[in-house]
Design a protein around this ligand. Structure first.
Ligand code: ZN
Ligand code: ZN
Ligand code: ZN
Ligand code: ZN
Length: 306
């Protein structure tokens, strides 16, 4: 049980390791920056957290960088205050391409990983993971589990080790039970034989996308009704109903998948099949949508306020 957790907060600057100047810039994040002796451009600034370099005009983007890439740093918080509050671990070369991706939508989950306590929509968090609703739910219940360790969050989810997996198992279970509880708050289940245990094991799935659209590792936990306004095209459906979706049980999966092939094979050219009865709709998404609504109404009924 007392497993050591990988750190959430890492810095790439070590006290005394580089010659460092006090910096006066207008961003208000000066104590989080340093300059390097060996840099030919004497005006270039570096981020102590990720070593992103800011030269010339980019120096104006320091505040933007901090907000997007290190949202846990509050405005006006000095580097020393940061060390005290977050106890980051020194880890050289910890950051990859994400440090220059300030403008990318694919980093939208980052803030839930780094400062879940500041987001009222967070359903649950601890040192291991954060749990939120997917903002674009493809089923009645659709949650995301975000592992928080820096390393796990920034690796491909297919590479989750069995150690990390066992830490997150509890959160998967929590999310499944939460999905069930929320679902039965809204809908009556017509089949009296559909117990909570059956519902959770047969009607809820957990897993990842072969090619995730968001940079931070996240695991989808969702009901399998696909009864949602947000489900608008074949890609949406097949990304959860073909081998493009890797079930939690099958991770890590080291199958090498060429990016183009995966999209062609499992999204574009994969037949649409009803998750309830396996009826094949080939390419007819509109017909599948009507059928999914029928299947849903056969089994569930929206509760009325009485
Ligand atoms: Zn940085
Ligand atoms: Zn990072
Ligand atoms: Zn996803
Ligand atoms: Zn069906």
């Amino acid at each position: 049980m007392a497993e050591k957790l990988d750190p959430i907060y890492v810095v790439e600057w070590e006290e005394g390791a580089d010659d460092c100047w006090a910096i006066s810039d207008k961003s208000g994040f000066a104590t989080h920056l340093f300059q390097m002796n060996e840099d030919a451009d004497k005006d270039a600034l570096y981020c102590k957290h990720c070593r992103r370099r800011f030269a010339g005009k980019e120096r104006d983007h320091v505040g933007f960088h901090m907000n997007k890439i290190h949202p846990q740093i509050r405005h006006g918080m000095t580097y020393n205050e940061y060390l005290k509050e977050f106890s980051p671990v020194y880890m050289p070369n910890a950051h990859g391409s994400e440090k220059t991706m300030e403008r990318s939508f694919s980093l939208a989950l980052r803030t839930y990983v780094l400062c879940p306590e500041r987001s009222p929509e967070v359903l649950y968090f601890d040192d291991v993971a954060t749990i939120i609703y997917d903002k674009f739910p493809k089923s009645e219940q659709h949650l995301l589990i975000l592992p928080r360790s820096h390393k796990t969050s920034n690796s491909h989810p297919n590479e989750l080790s069995s150690d990390i997996k066992s830490q997150i198992e509890w959160h998967i279970d929590w999310a499944k039970r939460f999905c069930w509880a929320q679902f039965v708050k809204t809908f009556d289940v017509k089949d009296a034989l559909m117990s909570k245990e059956l519902f959770v094991s047969n009607f809820i799935q957990a897993g990842i996308h072969s090619i995730p659209s968001m940079a931070n590792t996240h695991i989808h936990v969702m009901t399998k009704d696909f009864h949602s306004e947000r489900l608008k095209n074949k890609k949406h459906f097949n990304s959860f109903n073909s081998p493009f979706f890797v079930p939690w049980e099958n991770i890590p999966s080291f199958e090498r998948r060429n990016e183009d092939n995966v999209m062609e094979k499992f999204i574009k050219n994969y037949d649409l099949k009803c998750p309830y009865c396996s009826l094949n709709f080939k390419n007819q998404f509109a017909k599948l949508k009507v059928h999914l609504a029928d299947e849903f109404d056969k089994r569930f009924e929206r509760k009325t306020d009485r």
